[in-house]
Write a protein that binds this ligand. Structure first.
Ligand SMILES: [Zn+2]
Length: 407
């Protein structure tokens, strides 16, 4: 029994006691159909007033009171989160005219941000005596759940589109999960995994379905708060696919706001690939329309952004900004990032960096501002996406004369 949190419907506002069988608001999800973002996504809420009375204790406990778990021992042994943040002053020899901070979440156990969500979901399953967890994934969430479950003696079942990058598929297999490649899109794998959850009684980790994924993802904001010595960033650039990471980033800051540790929200910038911009294109519109995604940034390639309504409401409530960037900009950003920082990010992560570069070109940010770019996954997870720009020279004779031709 967990009494630390309740779940509230992000559409109708009804509140429910949490249970592993409760995913979406039973009322609002009734008329959900495939092809449209689901209504009734639930949001965890805590006793903010009580926690706010002893803010400093909350900080000392590393915000444990803001996690939906009873025991710290339920969490995996692997180090999840607490990833490094770096300040860089120059890009290609030119001074950056603002404080540029890179949060490197490729330094998670399975090399992506998704470990934050998998870890909380896995721990919650453990506390509820559940040993099998299923997820649909574009690749990262699946490889993450597989790795985290391997460390927790749990069984993972992962449904992925067969086109997912080889490295991510390999991880899933090596971590001992049951992999189910689906001859279709991520969206099709998503729907199948939900049917399977109902049929087989597994616990489901799908984002924007399982409300606890947001709780894991929000930990990045709690960390940023401490790493930046409690300063609120002026901008945070976040790569966006189905809208769950950005909702997590918002949720973390909103929790901080509700316990009174901050008095304003950062401006969060949603960056989507222009070939998969179904979330930002629909903001503020009455009817949701979608177009098929086509982008090299596979982990944010989504036809139906599952957490659209929650992301939209955060963006509108807290005056978030958004922009699309082209695949060319993403590839260029990934090169610029790698050669200037030593951080090799996957295309989805480079998307956020591309958004920052565009804002910089437009002189939107100025000195004294703190700008964070969230780098969500390692470039080693998808080498194919950038293979066209990687030219490895032919081998030379191992002689000084041959080397002199090169230099
Ligand atoms: Zn509802």
């Amino acid at each position: 029994m967990n009494t630390k949190f309740m779940l509230t419907c992000s559409d109708c506002g009804k509140t429910f006691s949490p249970s592993p069988e409760l995913y979406l608001c039973p009322d609002c999800s009734k008329s959900n159909n495939t092809g449209l973002p689901p209504k009734g996504v639930l949001k965890a809420i805590y006793d903010y007033e009580a926690i706010g009375k002893s803010n400093e204790v909350a900080i000392r406990n590393n915000f444990w009171d803001l996690l939906p778990l009873n025991y710290k021992t339920s969490l995996p042994k692997l180090r999840v989160g607490n990833t490094p943040i770096y300040k860089f002053e120059k890009i290609d020899g030119e001074s950056v005219p603002f404080g540029l901070y890179l949060k490197d979440d490729s330094q998670n156990p399975t090399f992506s941000f998704k470990d934050r969500a998998s870890s909380v979901v896995s721990a919650y399953a453990k506390e509820n005596g559940i040993s099998t967890i299923v997820a649909a994934s574009t690749g990262n969430a699946g490889s993450s759940l597989a790795g985290i479950c391997a460390s927790q003696e749990q069984k993972a079942i992962i449904m992925v589109p067969k086109s997912a990058p080889q490295a991510k598929l390999t991880q899933i297999v090596m971590y001992g999960a049951t992999i189910v490649p689906v001859d279709g899109t991520y969206d099709m794998a998503f729907d199948l995994s939900i049917e399977a959850t109902q049929e087989f009684g597994w616990y489901n980790r799908n984002t924007a379905y399982n409300p606890l994924t947001i709780e894991g993802k929000k930990t990045v904001s709690l960390e940023l708060f401490l790493q930046l010595n409690r300063a609120i960033p002026d901008y945070i650039f976040v790569p966006v696919g189905d809208g769950v990471i950005i909702s997590g980033v918002y949720k973390g800051y909103e929790d901080l706001l509700r316990i009174g540790l901050i008095d304003r929200m950062p401006t969060i910038v949603a960056v989507q690939a222009a070939g998969s911009s179904n979330l930002i294109d629909n903001i503020g519109k009455t009817d949701f329309t979608t177009k098929p995604s086509q982008t090299i940034a596979d982990s944010i390639s989504v036809d139906v952004p599952r957490n659209f309504y929650m992301a939209q409401s955060f963006i509108m409530q807290y005056q978030g900004e958004h922009l699309p960037v082209t695949d060319e900009e993403i590839v260029e950003a990934s090169k610029i990032l790698a050669r200037n920082t030593g951080i090799f990010a996957e295309p989805a992560a480079a998307t956020a960096y591309a958004g920052m570069l565009r804002y910089n070109k437009l002189n939107k940010m100025h000195s004294k501002q703190k700008v964070v770019v969230l780098l969500t996954g390692s470039g080693l997870k998808d080498l194919k996406a950038i293979s066209s720009i990687v030219n490895i020279p032919n081998a030379i004779e191992p002689t000084l004369d041959a080397l002199k031709i090169v230099f």
